[in-house]
Every structure is written in structure tokens, then in C-alpha cells.
Design a protein around this ligand. Structure first.
Ligand SMILES: CCCCCCCCCCCCC/C=C/C(=O)SCCNC(=O)CCNC(=O)[C@H](O)C(C)(C)COP(=O)(O)OP(=O)(O)OC[C@H]1O[C@@H](n2cnc3c(N)ncnc32)[C@H](O)[C@@H]1OP(=O)(O)O
Length: 291
């Protein structure tokens, strides 16, 4: 399936604010570039995690997969894998090619993987590849339990559960989310009521609306760019994250980072509950000279 989406600097800036850019300091020199440029907005920088969102806009509302039924209110975002092929432009027409990358019967849940390749429409250049993993609670058991169905169009899971080093982190960054964080983030195009409607959230099993997984990932990668890439988002090559636990808007996110060559292993904790909510890795093109 192919879909076109329009990308403008206003979308880029609203997204950056939604993942907390300039939230601590409105004139932060590392982050102001995501929302303002003195020579005009077409020059603002785009956070690499933004591509997950414009590819999400092209995902189907439902897929016709024989034998698989699911309750949309029980859907959770499980994992995200992002390959950045070119720094993202702040103004472009994007052509998204969406395909089914995987489907797995886990008994209590079904896991669905959707791949989106995003091209700049005019040049035809590949900008990014996103693999979105959706955890469909209660939708497993659609295949023979002695041989549960599993299909992937790629060799190995690039976003496995991460083994976190026991050593002291290379860097730690703490960020407060606002209680309105999900309400701001959803303006970037993810209007799932799980993040805004208290009744919907209750049916889904949460005491109140939860934060979008991609918002938490945006906070984490922004922290890595700040602490390890010295503010340069173009150092990011690919990003992988597994959502371990829901986050409530208003919680404090603590991102711990370990640098292993060109790989950053990270873990995000919700400080108030001292629970890990996200872990994964980021591959860099190079290291900052000032590290
Ligand atoms: C036909 C359908 C069409 C649908 C098309 C719609 C497309 C729309 C896509 C839009 C998607 C975006 C929507 C956004 C929603 C959100 O942002 S929700 C908020 C962010 N996410 C979360 O908060 C989830 C946090 N994580 C959890 O709550 C838990 O980890 C979990 C996902 C509920 C799983 O926990 P649990 O049930 O305890 O699983 P386990 O028993 O440990 O493992 C069972 C198997 O599942 C594998 N697994 C576990 N966790 C994940 C994960 N996060 N991602 C992927 N896979 C996971 C695990 O490895 C086990 O498998 P095996 O090892 O093979 O046994």
C-alpha cells in the first residue's frame, strides 16, 4: 500500500515540543533549533524519531487477516525500530510504502509488525524505514498451539528485550513530562483515545490515559542526542526501543545511557515508580569529537 503525506515545519516544531524539546529551558541552544531558526523555519532541524510518526499516519486502521480478531481498545505499542537513511527535511512531500513485516501468535496476545518505507516524493530518495510492532492483547490463540503461527519478512528481531549493563551509566538525563504531555503530543497525529479519554483508558486497563509510547521514545532519543551527540541529531543511524510498561503523563523520565563503541544502550525509568518503561539501543554514525 502506498500513501502520500505532507510534512511542514509547523508539524516538525509541534512534534519537538510534544517530546519535551525546550521544556526545561526555552533558549536551550541544543534544542531551540528544533522549533526556531533565525533564517526562516524551513531551516529548523528535525528530530530523527519524527519519522516514526509520519509513517504511523499511513498505517491501516485495520487489516483483513483471516482468523485474527482483536479488540482495538486492548492494542498497545510494543516496539519501534527506525532506520534513518537521510536527515529528515522540515518541508517535504513523503511517499510511504506500507507492508506487513510480521505476525506472531503468542497465545495470550498476537504481535503484528508493520513496515513503512518513507521516500521524498520529488527526489524518490529513501528517508527512513520504520518497523512498528503492535501488541494485540487477547488476540492470540488463532493458530495451532503446538505450532504457533510466526512470520517475519526479516531475519532477526532488531528490537529485542535489551540486556542492561551492570556498570555505572555513561550519562543520565532527567526530564519531567507535563500532565498535559499526551494532549500536546497527540496533535502530531496520533489521536488514539487511550491517551486522552479517561473512560477509554479504564476499559484498556489503566487508571487514567497513558502517554504514547513514541512520545517516551522521543524523550529518550532527545536525551541521547543532548548527552552523547552533543546536540547533533544527524549522528543517529538507527533506533530501537521496546515499551516495557506504560507511562502516566506527569511522571519524571530518567534516561540512563551506556556507550559501547558506536552503540548507545539506554533504559528509561519512571522515577516516581522506579520502574523501567522503555529500553533499547541507538547506533551512531560517529562519536562527537568533544566526548
Ligand atoms: C489486525 C490488526 C490491525 C491493526 C492495525 C492497527 C495499526 C495501528 C498501529 C498503531 C500503534 C500505535 C498505538 C500506540 C499505542 C501506545 O502508544 S500504547 C503505550 C505504549 N506502550 C505501552 O505502554 C506498552 C508497555 N508494555 C507492556 O505493558 C507490556 O510489556 C506488554 C506489551 C503488555 C507485554 O507484557 P506481558 O503481557 O507481560 O508479556 P510477556 O508475558 O512478558 O511476553 C509475552 C510474549 O510477548 C513478547 N513481548 C513482551 N513484551 C513485548 C513488547 N513490548 N513488544 C513486543 N513483544 C513483546 C515476549 O517476548 C513474549 O514472547 P516470547 O518470548 O516469544 O514468549
Amino acid at each position: 500500500m502506498t500513501m502520500i503525506c505532507l510534512l511542514g515545519y509547523r508539524d516538525v516544531a509541534v512534534y519537538a515540543l510534544g517530546v519535551g524539546a525546550c521544556g526545561r529551558d526555552a533558549v536551550d541552544t541544543d534544542e531551540l533549533k528544533y522549533v526556531h531558526h533565525e533564517n526562516g523555519q524551513q531551516f529548523i532541524k528535525v528530530l530523527p524519531t519524527f519519522s516514526a510518526l509520519f509513517s504511523l499516519e499511513s498505517l491501516p486502521d485495520g487489516l483483513d487477516l483471516p482468523g485474527l480478531t482483536f479488540e482495538p481498545r486492548l492494542l498497545l505499542h510494543g516496539q519501534q525500530y527506525i532506520e534513518v537513511h537521510k536527515p529528515l527535511p522540515s518541508n517535504a512531500r513523503i511517499r510511504n510504502k506500507v507492508s506487513l513485516a510480521g505476525l506472531h501468535d503468542k497465545g495470550k496476545a498476537a504481535i503484528l509488525e508493520i513496515e513503512t518505507r518513507s521516500y521524498e516524493k520529488e527526489s524518490g530518495e529513501l528517508l527512513s524505514m520504520n518497523r512498528t510492532t503492535v501488541f494485540l492483547r487477547g488476540a492470540g490463540g488463532f493458530s495451532d498451539p503446538s505450532q504457533p503461527f510466526t512470520y517475519s519478512n526479516y531475519p532477526a528481531n532488531p528490537a529485542p528485550a535489551m540486556k542492561i549493563p551492570e556498570s555505572v551509566p555513561f550519562a543520565i538525563f532527567e526530564d519531567c513530562t507535563q500532565s498535559s504531555q499526551a494532549l500536546l503530543y497527540r496533535l502530531s497525529g496520533d489521536y488514539n483515545p487511550l491517551h486522552s479519554d479517561p473512560m477509554f483508558a479504564k476499559v484498556a486497563g489503566f487508571s487514567r490515559p497513558i502517554l504514547h509510547g513514541l512520545c517516551t521514545l522521543g524523550f529518550a532519543v532527545r536525551a541521547i542526542i543532548k548527552c552523547i551527540c552533543k546536540g547533533d541529531p544527524d549522528m543517529i543511524k538507527n533506533i530501537s526501543g521496546r515499551f516495557l510498561l506504560h507511562v502516566y503523563p506527569g511522571e519524571t523520565l530518567v534516561t540512563e545511557m551506556w556507550l559501547k563503541g558506536l552503540r548507545v544502550i539506554y533504559q528509561v525509568k519512571a522515577k516516581e515508580r522506579n520502574r523501567a518503561v522503555l529500553s533499547g539501543y541507538v547506533h551512531l554514525h560517529r562519536l562527537a569529537s568533544s566526548l
